[in-house]
Design a protein around this ligand. Structure first.
Ligand code: NAD
Length: 492
């Protein structure tokens, strides 16, 4: 058993109460780490430490270039330890080691990009319309940022918030998911090694329903950056509203992956398979609705099922494994519930449709890659986020119908389009209501390009140049350079 501590004010601490909880390896089903179970008191310590750090000369006294260099250094340390961190994540969340390694090896770019951006944050001089007046703006940090993240990409989703927040000069309190706290705590050691002053980054571990509100609602938290489910996001938004705090919400999705008859058939099959079965469907951008044009509908289903059948399940630490376990017990039950609902609704199950009882699955919580055909847009399996390896396939006639079905969702995180027609590419990109549109590809992302939701998938953007704005506030400074203060009883 690995014993973990939280990082608060530069110290490695247990919860004040001494309480802990266990982290379970989803493949073995066994506890492998013991993690502090924070309460409101610990959250208060962490937020106060972050506020003290925010006001301290050790952090405030750094110029933007120095701040940026610390982030660049942190990126280099993550690069050095990427494979070790990836292994911790796979033990914690059961995602494939190949995927976690790729994520962790790429993650330093966020620190390098935002580290480089730190000293390019500039104010403006306004050509003001008052004689003798000089008006300019300052771009300032907000203060203490509270970040809350889910279990599916634990470090990556933290990094997407941490890098711009620190580049802008804020300090940070991070609560990772209770299912995947270990890599965040290990990452905390790199924060120290990079020379980031104590208290600038604090990591508290615990259950969302126990400490989430204490963190979001804390009077010294100035901004909340949340990634998770939309129901939790709504609760976080309400708590933040009571304190009039800015929030960014990266929430769930029910993304449509649309295949036109003119698409490169083999590429489309691969793209739809990876859209839903990569990460065992446990990804916010999962292409969980495949919309397939009628002339190729049956042929596509046949090829898709044949290809999906070849997926190797098993130990996520084995590089040959292609589909891993479901991360948590509640999530496992939820996925199986949705499979039951789809069957009851009359969708045609053409692949999988239940727990995976293969010998290579060990004690893990595995679900067979599952495909439902002849789904209608109003079925729950076509409307609600499953967050597992379950695909709903819906036929369509033409562009207009595809757009209507794709947009007929409360969510708007991403959409995929497969076609060779350039005019159609442009039309679909313009009319689909989603924060990311992938054409003849799926599930790519970069530190350079904005990511975020439309509709109930949330608001605010992570990555890309403008993401830094989520962590800044603009101050307008007026200077009367005329030397003559006017008579206050005469309106100007
Ligand atoms: P979740 O909403 O259950 O939990 C997310 C985080 O919120 C966890 O750290 C949890 O402890 C915390 N939390 C729970 N209750 C809280 C409360 N009352 N106040 C404050 N925090 C609270 O989500 P999950 O099951 O961990 O993750 C899956 C969800 O995350 C899916 O809906 C998925 O689509 C979404 N997600 C979105 C993105 C994105 O970028 N849009 C990325 C990954 C995952």
């Amino acid at each position: 058993m690995r014993d973990c501590r939280m990082l608060i004010g530069g110290e490695w601490r247990e919860a004040a109460s001494g309480a802990t909880f266990e982290s379970i390896n989803p493949f073995t089903g066994k506890a492998w780490a013991r993690v502090p179970r924070a309460a409101a008191e610990d959250v208060d310590h962490a937020v106060r430490a972050a506020r003290v750090a925010f006001m301290s000369p050790a952090w405030r006294g750094l110029n933007a270039t120095q701040r940026g260099k610390l982030l660049t250094k942190l990126g280099d340390l993550v690069a050095r330890d990427a494979d070790a961190l990836a292994e911790l994540e796979t033990r914690d969340n059961g995602k494939l080691i190949n995927e976690m390694r790729a994520q962790l090896r790429y993650m330093p770019e966020w620190f390098r990009y935002f580290g480089g951006l730190a000293d390019k944050i500039e104010g403006r001089v306004i050509p003001i319309d008052r004689p003798g007046m000089f008006n300019y703006t300052l771009e300032e940090p907000l203060g203490v940022v509270a970040a809350i993240t889910p279990w599916n990409s634990p470090l990556m989703l933290g990094a997407w918030k941490l890098a711009p927040a620190l580049a802008a000069g804020n300090t940070f309190v991070w609560k990772p998911s209770e299912y995947t706290s270990v890599s965040a705590l290990e990452f905390g050691k790199l924060i120290e090694e990079a020379g980031i002053p104590p208290g600038v980054v604090n990591i508290v571990t615990g259950y969302g329903h126990e400490i989430g509100e204490a963190l979001v609602g804390h009077e010294l938290v100035a901004k909340v950056a949340f990634t998770g489910g939309d129901a939790t996001g709504a609760a976080v938004y309400q708590t933040a509203a009571r304190g009039i705090k800015p929030v960014t919400l990266e929430l769930g999705g029910k993304s449509a992956n649309i295949v036109f008859a003119d698409a490169d058939f083999d590429n489309a099959v691969k793209g739809v398979v990876s859209g839903i079965f990569a990460a065992t469907g446990q990804t916010c951008v999962a292409g969980s609705r495949a919309l397939v044009q009628r002339p190729i509908y049956e042929k596509f289903l046949e090829a898709f099922v044949a290809f999906a059948k070849t997926a190797r399940m098993g130990d996520p630490l084995d590089t040959a494994t292609q589909v891993g376990p479901i991360t948590t017990e509640p999530q496992y039950r939820k996925v199986l519930d949705y499979i039951g609902i789809a069957k009851q609704e009359g969708a045609r199950c053409v692949l999988g449709g239940g727990p995976a009882k293969r010998s290579e699955c060990g004690a893990g919580l595995f679900v067979e890659p599952t495909v439902f055909a002849d789904v209608t847009p109003s079925m729950r399996i076509a409307q609600e986020e499953v967050f597992g390896p379950v695909l709903a396939v819906i036929p369509f006639e033409d562009e207009e119908e595809a757009i209507r079905i794709a947009n007929g969702s409360i969510y708007g995180l991403a959409a995929g389009v497969w076609t060779k027609d350039i005019a159609r590419c442009l039309k679909m990109a313009g009319r689909l209501e989603a924060g990311t549109i992938w054409i003849n590809t799926y599930r790519v992302s970069s530190y350079l390009s904005p990511f975020g939701g439309y509709k109930r998938s949330g608001f605010g953007r992570e990555s890309g140049l403008l993401a830094i704005r989520e962590y800044l506030q603009e101050k307008s400074v007026w200077i009367d350079a005329s030397g003559e203060t006017p008579n206050p009883f005469v309106t100007r």
